[in-house]
Design a protein around this ligand. Structure first.
Ligand SMILES: *[C@@H]1O[C@H](CO)[C@@H](O)[C@H](O)[C@H]1NC(C)=O
Ligand SMILES: *[C@@H]1O[C@H](CO)[C@@H](O)[C@H](O)[C@H]1NC(C)=O
Ligand SMILES: *[C@@H]1O[C@H](CO)[C@@H](O)[C@H](O)[C@H]1NC(C)=O
Ligand SMILES: *[C@@H]1O[C@H](CO)[C@@H](O)[C@H](O)[C@H]1NC(C)=O
Ligand SMILES: *[C@@H]1O[C@H](CO)[C@@H](O)[C@H](O)[C@H]1NC(C)=O
Ligand SMILES: *[C@@H]1O[C@H](CO)[C@@H](O)[C@H](O)[C@H]1NC(C)=O
Ligand SMILES: *[C@@H]1O[C@H](CO)[C@@H](O)[C@H](O)[C@H]1NC(C)=O
Length: 521
């Protein structure tokens, strides 16, 4: 077929274009020309323009501008591939709720055809530096509104679930989740709207995060009064308060749990102890339970500190939106939000801080209120390392610094070390696999130039020639890695580079070529 027939077919037939565009899951496993000119020889990983799922002129302008800011050709290539990854590949559908002007955006996580509350909020956050007020359907603002509206719908339907199916309006068929098909979950859910139903406190916090990000950048207050946002927030608060329920009543009887989950699996982290209740939690801490972590692995102790930090911080931020909606209902919700957020902050500082024999006062990863605690961190956000990014603790706080010193050492059972990449990992992929995402968070929470340059170099060296940020990399074998298409980590890398441009531009103006770092490093 010659090129003009191809073009005319593409014009008349959207189906033809879809058929001609490669599946990115496959595309991302292959190397593509042109290769970057440095010693890392990185592949070009953006799909052809006509195959990209959303085009934002401000993102394209930023990619072009950064070519003169990032001196190293390989580092620039990684930025060029990674930053637009969600827009290029993951905006699976964008439209309107049936018969209304309510925008909806269905954002897939990458290689899995479903929308996670956490991932989609963070996938949007990559573009926060470029977000401004706009009513245009081609704008980043429209994408954000669509994500907030669709998340609100999901939360109103199944507020304990973490991952969801395409909206019916899209006409896209729901995916089959083989792992979830035999799950026993309370409350029950419908697999036509839910992809997986793991209750994770940070999923609720993600809705607050994407809402406050949108408001902060656009000041578009009227949007929040228009659709289901207020009702979704009320649902979030109900779930959070219900999940403070301890295991036992004062008289010793076992209290009914608002949530339970079991799965048939060979992995301990894929199901919950005690027939789906999880390990017992003591009354009186004021912390909110989370059955699963942001890695989608089960918690050991349910009072999971990083998600409580994230929830408290973003609840406080969104209470200010609610307070501006000027109805009796919204005012009382705003007060309720502020109270919960403040109480949670107090609860974290009273119960989430423990004394370690070597590092002194540190944040525990999880506690149960009986004295049980896990001392560790996992790469997925929210993590303890990311506390400053969550808006919870300033990086300068002594407790954070003590915690950080432990987390970035062999005293953290999930700090992976080796010649390819030394970084925090987690039980999701297991010992030996470091997560580049944790190196990115390390950079974003550091003001130490030497540390930042070392981490940038390590991330750059961890892509196995693909020029994309992988989920995890074997610390001892760079050709052994997981997930070729993980949009969140890619967007986060771009967000980090833009952050460095603002606060430490000199680290982008050096060479990262093997064996010849220029700039005094
Ligand atoms: C870069 O990698 C590609 C794909 O492996 C290879 O064909 C090419 O020769 C490499 N270029 C250089 C300069 O090493
Ligand atoms: C928002 O950003 C876009 C792209 O950078 C720009 O064209 C537009 O003028 C901006 N709008 C406002 C209101 O600042
Ligand atoms: C949209 O609304 C129309 C009219 O109410 C109804 O017939 C149709 O089934 C709806 N479609 C979806 C996808 O909900
Ligand atoms: C938990 O503790 C709070 C505060 O001390 C108390 O009001 C509440 O009744 C207790 N609930 C249970 C189930 O023990
Ligand atoms: C024990 O406490 C629970 C919760 O407050 C209550 O529902 C139950 O009736 C109590 N049982 C007895 C025997 O008092
Ligand atoms: C509520 O009132 C404040 C102060 O008068 C105003 O700034 C804000 O825009 C109002 N909110 C709405 C949704 O109209
Ligand atoms: C980048 O570094 C070069 C030489 O090391 C210097 O001449 C140039 O001014 C620097 N550019 C910026 C934007 O700092």
């Amino acid at each position: 077929m010659n090129i003009s027939i191809l073009l005319s077919l593409a014009l008349v037939s959207p189906l033809f274009v879809l058929a001609a565009c490669p599946d990115y899951a496959q595309f991302a496993k292959e190397l593509h020309e042109p290769f970057s000119s440095g010693s890392y020889n990185l592949s070009y990983m953006r799909p052809a323009p006509e195959c990209r799922t959303f085009v934002s002129q401000s993102v394209e302008d930023t990619i072009a501008r950064m070519q003169s800011v990032i001196r190293d050709p390989d580092l620039y290539r990684l930025f060029q591939n990674a930053y637009p990854n969600t827009l290029d590949t993951a905006i699976k559908w964008k439209g309107y709720a049936n018969g209304t002007d309510e925008e909806l955006t269905f954002v897939i996580t990458g290689d899995i055809n479903a929308m996670w509350l956490r991932d989609s909020a963070n996938q949007m956050q990559s573009y926060l530096p470029l977000l401004n007020a706009s009513s245009s359907p081609d704008s980043l603002a429209s994408l954000y509104r669509g994500v907030i509206n669709l998340q609100a719908r999901y939360l109103l339907t199944s507020p304990f679930c973490n991952s969801f199916q395409p909206p019916v309006e899209s006409g896209i068929s729901p995916s089959t989740n083989g792992a979830a098909s035999q799950d026993s979950v309370y409350p029950p859910y419908n697999s036509h709207s839910v992809f997986e139903c793991k209750y994770e406190l940070d999923s609720l916090a993600a809705f607050l995060e994407v809402s406050s990000d949108y408001y902060t950048a656009t000041k578009d207050i009227s949007f929040f009064a228009k659709y289901s946002w207020i009702d979704a927030i009320a649902t979030v608060l109900d779930v959070a308060e219900a999940m403070k329920t301890p295991t036992y009543a004062a008289n010793g009887s076992v209290l009914p749990s608002p949530y339970s989950f079991t799965r048939q699996t060979t992995r301990a982290s894929e199901t919950l102890e005690n027939n789906g209740l999880g390990n017992p939690t003591q009354n009186g801490t004021g912390l909110i339970r989370s059955a699963f972590r942001p890695s989608d692995d089960s918690t050991i102790y349910q009072l999971f500190i990083p998600a409580n930090m994230m929830f408290s911080s973003h609840l406080s931020a969104t209470s200010k939106i609610m307070a501006l909606l000027n109805t009796t209902h919204s005012s009382s919700l705003a007060t309720r939000m502020e109270t919960i957020a403040n109480n949670l902050g107090t609860a974290i500082e009273s119960h989430g801080v423990i004394t370690h024999p070597k590092y002194g006062r540190i944040y525990a990863y999880e506690i149960d209120g009986y004295g049980g605690e896990t001392v560790m961190d996992d790469a997925n956000i929210p993590s303890l390392l990311s506390a400053p990014l969550l808006g919870y603790a300033p990086a300068s706080s002594q407790i954070y610094q003590n915690t950080r010193a432990l987390l970035l050492s062999a005293d953290n059972p999930y700090f992976m070390r080796g010649p390819v990449l030394s970084a925090i990992g987690g039980p999701h992929i297991g010992p030996g696999y470091a997560w580049p995402m944790a190196s990115i968070v390390r950079i974003m929470t550091s003001s130490d130039e030497k540390e930042i340059v070392e981490e940038l170099g390590a991330i750059l060296g961890s892509t196995d020639g693909f020029g994309l940020v992988h989920e995890s990399v074997n610390s001892w074998d760079g050709s052994d890695w997981t997930r070729q298409w993980f949009s969140w980590a890619n967007g986060l890398f771009g967000q980090m580079v833009l952050d460095l441009e603002g606060r430490m531009p000199q680290v982008l103006n050096i060479s990262f070529q093997r064996g010849q770092r220029v700039g005094g490093y």
